[in-house]
Design a protein around this ligand. Structure first.
Ligand SMILES: Cc1cc2nc3c(=O)[nH]c(=O)nc-3n(C[C@H](O)[C@H](O)[C@H](O)COP(=O)(O)OP(=O)(O)OC[C@H]3O[C@@H](n4cnc5c(N)ncnc54)[C@H](O)[C@@H]3O)c2cc1C
Length: 396
């Protein structure tokens, strides 16, 4: 299937896409199909939850050498410097694989450091950004707590108290993904009781005395963690942004994160649909290929419509982001629709495969589990509806 030329591409650029971007997309497609898919296939057939990291390392080196590295980070820090629209296309393409939905290409294309670091002090940018890109570092983000993730402005109880030369943090974080693979992260703590104006962001270097975590397995292939902070000292230089402005930073990060999750969900679901379209002409029942059945055709057509609609919403939000507008409403619309639509598409395309789609060495069950998680993380569907309705009903 050639969905590179087709939906995402045309929707964004009509019939004359920028040549360099086209080349990047087809290079990513070839790289994933030739290099990553065979490793994923092997891992799936062995029942592994992921491709072993040592097998991914050579791919990471190749991708980096070929310039397919940290797509969204500005070039001055070593990334590719793609804008939101280009990112929407590239991330979708880079998500056409099986495992690790939160990591495009299983992490072989590096990890963009959190966008909010770009707004840090000059010393922080110098200290962290180039290294993060050069070494392909993962960062953790600690917002959610056991008291709840949907409403962090009220739920954050982790306290940061000013001490000698810095801050002392105490509390508990929940669902802190990647902390066990990261050297650094951003953690949000309460510095006063002023609601959302009482939250401050801190850069945490690991290991840190007093900070420990416990692994939590969930239904997707990637686990997450619970974190305990007991008198963790954070020097003043690690304060990110201003005291009391952490919630705004979290929102900035979430805007980008929500779009990313939406895009990756569409990428995986488009591959699921492409695979179904390849399968149905080859499978015969009752003397004719499945592809000749209107019931099957309509399922596939509905999947296509849903993915195109999701992509359109993503590109709309990305366009606003690129224009420097606040795309909170549009990002919520895109995240809500794309994650729910991608889940439906994978469910439907699993159905057309019959029993074979349920086997462990097909990617459908990996996608289904990961996409189920995507409907909750970074703001569950209900929270997105709340954001949308609040905006609709607010006085203009
Ligand atoms: C695998 C995984 C990885 C994660 N990674 C991270 C991470 O790295 N960093 C981080 O900070 N967090 C992370 N999270 C947390 C995630 O963002 C939260 O789980 C999510 O925001 C929901 O919060 P909650 O689980 O506390 O549910 P709750 O806030 O308790 O909500 C429970 C349910 O009620 C619904 N609900 C809530 N409020 C309303 C309302 N007003 N009206 C109607 N329905 C409502 C919600 O949609 C949800 O379905 C991760 C979570 C998971 C499962």
């Amino acid at each position: 299937m050639t969905s590179i030329e087709a939906p995402a591409w045309r929707m964004a650029y009509g019939d004359s896409p920028p040549e360099e971007l086209g080349l990047l997309l087809s290079t990513i497609r070839t790289f994933l199909t030739r290099e990553l898919w065979p490793l994923e296939q092997e891992a799936m057939s062995q029942g592994l939850p992921a491709v072993p990291r040592d097998l991914l390392e050579p791919l990471r080196k190749k991708a980096k050498a070929a310039g397919m590295w940290c797509f969204g980070t500005p070039t001055e820090w070593g990334g590719l410097g793609l804008g939101p629209m280009e990112m929407a296309l590239v991330l979708e393409e880079a998500s056409r694989h099986t495992f690790s939905l939160p990591d495009a290409g299983d992490g072989v294309f590096g990890y963009d450091p959190p966008n909010i670091l770009l707004g840090g002090s000059e010393a922080q940018r110098q200290r962290y950004l180039a290294n993060a890109v050069e070494n392909g570092e993962q960062w953790f983000m600690g917002i959610s707590e056991p008291t709840g993730g949907s409403d962090p402005a009220r739920a954050i109880r982790t306290r940061a108290v000013r001490g000698d030369g810095g801050w002392v943090l105490n509390g508990r974080k929940m669902w802190t993904s990647r902390i066990d693979q990261a050297d650094h992260g951003v953690l949000f703590a309460r510095t006063s009781q002023d609601g959302r104006d009482g939250i401050t962001a801190f850069i945490i270097d690991l290991p840190a005395d007093g900070l420990s975590w416990r692994r939590i397995d969930v239904i997707r292939d990637h686990h997450t963690n619970e974190v305990l902070l007991e008198d963790v000292f954070v020097p003043e230089s690690q304060l990110l942004g201003e005291v009391g402005k952490g919630f705004q930073l979290a929102q900035r990060w979430l805007n980008q994160g929500r779009l990313k999750i939406a895009t990756q969900s569409v990428g995986a679901a488009q591959l699921a649909l492409d695979m179904a379209c390849e399968y149905v002409p080859k499978r015969e029942t009752f003397g004719a290929p499945l592809s000749s059945r209107q019931g099957i055709q309509w399922m596939l057509a509905d999947c296509d419509v849903e993915l195109r609609a999701a992509r359109g919403l993503i590109l709309h939000a990305a366009g606003l982001l690129a224009a420097g507008r606040d795309p909170r409403h549009e990002t919520s619309v895109a995240k809500l629709y794309a994650t729910e639509a991608a889940y439906r598409v994978v469910d439907q395309t699993m159905q057309v495969h019959g029993g074979i789609g349920l086997t462990r060495d097909m990617p459908y069950e990996h996608w289904l589990r990961a996409l189920r998680v995507n409907r909750i993380v970074e703001g569950a569907s209900e929270v997105q509806r709340m954001v949308i309705a609040r905006d609709l009903l607010s006085p203009r």
